[in-house]
Each structure stands twice: as C-alpha cells, then as structure tokens.
Design a protein around this ligand. Structure first.
Ligand code: SF4
Ligand code: SF4
Length: 145
C-alpha cells in the first residue's frame, strides 16, 4: 500500500473523529456498539478483500485503508469469526509496549469490559506502513492531537 493511501486513510479517520489515541488504564472499559455504530468498518474497512484462496487480506491501516468494508452487511461483520486481526484488535493499540485505545470510538462511553492484555495486541507500527520518520511523527501526533 502506498504511503499516500495510508495518509489519506489516517486523515479520513481523523475527520470521522477516530484515531485519537489515549493511554488505557484499568478503568478503561469498552463494549462495541456493533450495528448501532459500525463507524470503524465504514471508515477503515475498504481494501479488506477475500483473496483467491478464500482467505481474508491482512489489514494495513487498522482495520485498513479508508472506506466502507465490503463485508459490512446491515451494520454487522459478515465474516466476524474470520475477520482480520486488525479488526479484532481495534480499538486497542500497542504503543511501545503500552496499551492505548482510540478515544474516538464510542464504545468506551458506556462499555463495561476490561482492557485486553498488551501482549495480545500487535505493535502499532504494523498498522501504519510508512517510512520510519513519518511513521513516528504520525504516531506521536495521534497520541496528543
Ligand atoms: S467504532 Fe468502536 S463501537 Fe463503533 S463499531 Fe467500531 S469498535 Fe465498535
Ligand atoms: S472485515 Fe468485518 S470487522 Fe473488519 S472492517 Fe470489514 S466488516 Fe468490519
């Protein structure tokens, strides 16, 4: 995926109120609103496709690269059990070994479930395939801005 496409996805997420990372604490509770929301699947899902072998492509920008996912049906994921890892990890991020969450996700407003273990979440760099300096800058920006 080109850097330009990744940057466009990040901007799209920001315009939708997403990608506002904040450090999680034990008090950070979450519950996905699913079909009542589906914001992440509408904003980041484009580009998640079934490959020739019947598998699902790995996402690049968290779940992916900016746009409505083809697997979203009536607000729900039609491949939920086999969805890409980025989809199942979102809205959690591993930043330098510390757990962060996307405070733009409305699932934190009323959620009751505990945060995941940091070891179960891939490093954030995996989801922002950009040149190293640009990647560091973007990650730093979305943690404070
Ligand atoms: S934005 Fe958050 S609450 Fe909404 S569907 Fe995605 S993970 Fe669930
Ligand atoms: S694969 Fe499923 S969870 Fe992932 S973006 Fe698409 S609809 Fe959402």
């Amino acid at each position: 995926m080109s850097s330009l496409r990744v940057l466009r996805a990040i901007l799209r997420g920001r315009r939708a109120g997403l990608l506002r990372l904040r450090p999680a604490t034990p008090e950070t509770k979450f519950e996905c609103l699913k079909a009542d929301c589906a914001r992440c699947c509408r904003v980041f899902g484009e580009g998640i496709v079934a490959n020739d072998l019947g598998g699902i492509s790995e996402p690049s920008v968290l779940p992916s690269c900016g746009g409505v996912c083809a697997f979203l049906e009536n607000g729900l994921c039609s491949i939920y059990d086999t969805r890409p890892r980025g989809c199942s990890e979102y809205p959690w991020y591993n930043v330098d070994g510390r757990l962060y969450y996307d405070s733009g996700c409305p699932g934190f407003a009323t959620g009751e479930s505990d945060p995941p273990q940091i070891g179960s979440i891939q490093k954030i760099e995996k989801y922002f395939p950009l040149p190293t300096m640009l990647q560091s800058l973007i990650i730093r920006l979305i943690k404070v801005w």
